[in-house]
Design a protein around this ligand. Sequence first.
Ligand SMILES: Nc1ncnc2c1ncn2[C@@H]1O[C@H](COP(=O)(O)OP(=O)(O)OP(=O)(O)O)[C@@H](O)[C@H]1O
Ligand SMILES: [Mg+2]
Length: 225
Amino acid sequence: MAEIVLKIKEISKSYRSRSRTVEVLDRISFCAEEGRSYAIAGESGSGKSTLLSILAGLQKPDGGSVLYKEKDIHSLKDAELAVLRRHDIVYVSQFQDVIPELNLAENVRIADCFDDRVAEDAQERTERILARLGLSDLKEELPENLSGGEIRRLTIARALYASPKILLLDEPTNDLDRVNRRIVTDTLRELSGQGITVLAATHDAELASAADEIIYMDRSLSESR
Ligand SMILES: Nc1ncnc2c1ncn2[C@@H]1O[C@H](COP(=O)(O)OP(=O)(O)OP(=O)(O)O)[C@@H](O)[C@H]1O
Ligand SMILES: [Mg+2]
């Protein structure tokens, strides 16, 4: 059996604002295995993005824990969490965050700005990832000259460049046409083969059916294949 890389134990989360209290996650538990892919499905508002942001360490749950290598990620110091989020658990938001002043290839390699040494194969790796996602011809373009779907693929390329152990993707095929949805779905399938664990929140039935397992947020049911 593959190694368990992430243990999610009894995660609960509510949001309280002046007008309402929303109980979003109610004791969600599951384990994610190395090299396995998980689609997180459920209707809009069911808590998919909330779950991913907790797994990424961006917000704390009200209760429960997220264990990575037997350590609760929410007990780490900010600096430790920042390193973890750069190299191990990499998150791609549902909203498209890019740096407008940098071109596409520079955005993909933004993590290099934080490292003392840039890997020798950085250039070659960037080229390979851009080619895989059909972005090679656009590498010098600024984000303002790119379409929504191209920026979506750029954010995925940036995450791949980090060579993460766990990749968290929020709606990775949004804004994409059929051909590009297929490119992203196939790329994610390849990652599983490389031992990377993928968790993707999605409304895309095709992407969900390509995953090894579907986690349904509404019914707290998990369907394995
Ligand atoms: N910061 C917040 N403060 C208050 N309520 C929030 C906050 N973030 C999310 N919510 C509410 O929590 C619920 C779950 O939101 P979440 O974004 O996790 O859903 P989702 O399943 O990702 O939806 P979608 O498919 O539309 O992306 C929603 O009802 C939303 O309105
Ligand atoms: Mg969402």
